[in-house]
Design a protein around this ligand. Structure first.
Ligand code: SF4
Length: 306
């Protein structure tokens, strides 16, 4: 593994709509043969059918509010962290919260797929609540960002594993002088198990190891939590830093899984998510409503009775 090397790719991270453009470009086939992205490995791990529809069939759908929420928060962290590489200081809280509101407005205006509940609430009210949640997350981020001094921010990089048939392309949220921090903006706290088994972090650690010839000293989630309570409609926030480790066995497990995944894809095998998986929901899967593995009508009726 220590013989591995990285080869930087010039394109910066693309937001969802730009990623779509890149995926559909005439070069897509050519590029596809050369590498697999860490995010594709994660997608396939969650559901082969969702992978098939998105990456094989090219069925791109409008983003959910959950995706807009997450990507808008990432935009805020990226804006701050990119300038902080040189400036070494954080942007003021009001700059970050204003930017958060702008990003939600902008992403919402490009089109959004509302869930049944959100349709009942109305598009404008849903967007308003989303802005409140993301700006609250940005405010909390401004209060806690001082502990992070980035040296790399959301740069698309390529991990070359000479003995493996494809390179792995990855985008690490933040690399510091001593390690890796990945931002997670969620409606409920991530657990220690979430960070311990996260495939993306394993790929980043492997890349870090190949790049620097040593394990990162710090690996973890910067988990920012913001949500509105269902009954009282109160906005709550929490900062939840979670630290984990990876070892060489994790790298071997990751490569074993990725190798098996490539074989399955080449053979046209795309297993759906297990029955009852959290991803099978209109909040988290864009193909839920017309997925051939889901009785959408029965599940929707059951959810509306909850
Ligand atoms: S609804 Fe479930 S099985 Fe169907 S594509 Fe989505 S995650 Fe996969």
């Amino acid at each position: 593994m220590s013989d591995g090397k990285t080869d930087l790719i010039e394109k910066p991270m693309q937001p969802w709509e730009e990623e779509k453009k890149q995926e559909e470009s005439p070069l897509a086939d050519k590029v596809e043969k050369q590498y697999i992205s860490a995010s594709r490995i994660t997608t396939y791990g969650l559901c082969g059918e969702a992978y098939r529809r998105r990456y094989v069939e090219g069925e791109f759908r409008l983003p959910f509010t959950n995706l807009i929420k997450g990507t808008s928060f990432h935009d805020v962290a990226k804006l701050n962290n990119q300038q902080k590489i040189e400036s070494k200081v954080d942007l003021p809280s009001d700059v970050l919260t204003d930017f958060a509101a702008q990003r939600v407005e902008s992403r919402f205006s490009l089109g959004v797929e509302l869930t049944k509940d959100e349709k009942e609430k109305g598009s404008s009210a849903t967007k308003g609540q989303l802005i409140d949640i993301v700006t609250a997350g940005a405010k909390l981020y401004a209060e806690n960002a001082h502990d992070t001094q980035p040296v790399e921010v959301e740069r698309k990089q390529r991990l070359v594993l000479p003995e493996w048939e494809k390179d792995i392309v990855y985008i690490m949220d933040v690399e510091t002088a001593t390690g890796i921090k990945n931002f997670k903006f969620t409606g409920k706290k991530k657990s220690q198990n979430d960070v311990d088994v996260d495939t993306g972090l394993t790929a980043y650690c492997l890349a870090y190891f190949c790049k620097h010839g040593k394990m990162p000293e710090y690996v973890g989630f910067e988990n920012y939590v913001a949500y509105v309570t269902p009954k009282r409609q109160e906005l709550k926030t929490a900062y939840n830093a979670l630290r984990t480790t990876r070892a060489s066995m994790d790298f071997q497990n990751f490569i074993n899984r990725a190798t098996h995944m490539l074989k399955a894809i080449d053979s046209g095998i795309f297993m759906p998510a297990p029955v009852g998986a959290w991803k099978c929901s209109d909040k988290y899967c864009e193909y839920y409503k017309d997925c051939k593995y889901i009785n959408y009508e029965r599940q929707s009726a059951a959810e509306s009775e909850e």
